[in-house]
Design a protein around this ligand. Sequence first.
Ligand code: PMV
Length: 351
Amino acid sequence: MEKVNGIEIMTSVKWKCPSNIAIVKYWGKKANQIPCNSSLSLTLAHACTETEVSLSAKSSDGVIELDYFFEGSKNEMFGARVEKYLAANIESFPFLRENALTIQSSNNFPHSAGIASSASAFGAIALALLDLRYQDAERPSQEIFLREASHIARLASGSACRSIFPDYALWGENARVPNSSNLHAIPVTEIHEEFEGMNDTILVIEDEPKKVSSSAGHSLMQEHPYAFERFRQANDRVRYLVDILKNGDISAFIEICESEALTLHAMMMTSKNYYLLMKAHTIDVIEKIFDFRSETKIPVAFTLDAGPNVHLLYPKKYRESVQEFVQMELAEMCKGVIHDHAGRGPMKMNN
Ligand code: PMV
């Protein structure tokens, strides 16, 4: 038997899962990670988490016995979050009653770079756990396997459920989108060539961990004065965006993408406990993007996550001109620049 950190391993699997950036944002949730509105995202290619999950004999009678390592070191804080999630979902993973678990995880992108690390981290954990579950049971079709992985990932981190699918993914029930569900994401597969291989250049404005967590932000939507209208708007936009991705209307894409970023931050600024995550350079960069677009007519859109960093989304044929603009005009306002693009989704790795 192989040994990892001195523990005899019975079996292990390794998965690589990408992060994603939402174009229409999920902001506000109900119990059991049910979103208040549907959302639609782009899955990235390079920004990934690689996770190896190994099973060994249990040495205590605790419900979950877990050792969680991040980039080679024990990470008690994230480990406690994973443990809580596993204990709450033990029915889905009965083998955790008899086995201890070692999780070794690493990201190929820097911390606090404006890339959702919980999406890729929990996506990879969900895929690995499901893979282990099917070592002793008949494996379903790939379509069902991915849907189940998306469901399991959602229970840990809502946006993680979208990372299971390549290119574009939609999560949340939307009356106008057949097969959409609150329980798992679905792939959006009818994509005009304008939006194939979409680029995402991430401008790292601040690399400190953010002061208000996404969970706190979601809960502030519960009594938000604009919540009802916001959820309605997001559902409408998801429906439009599905059509836009089909018909290639890049101007309509830019309008939804940028308004979504500003609306997300407007929700934070107008919550009862209001707060601001944008920094001065976030605004400076956005203004430069407006100027660049109006001077060159190059269709580049910005979006923001729940943080100060800016994502630039643009079709692949404008790669050179946008990256030159970033280098010449924006890089000096940033702590880092990461060029990524639409990716093919998760992958099982050889151990
Ligand atoms: O999945 P969570 O709970 O980390 O929330 C993600 C929220 C946003 O990133 C701001 C939007 C989204 O849809 O990903």
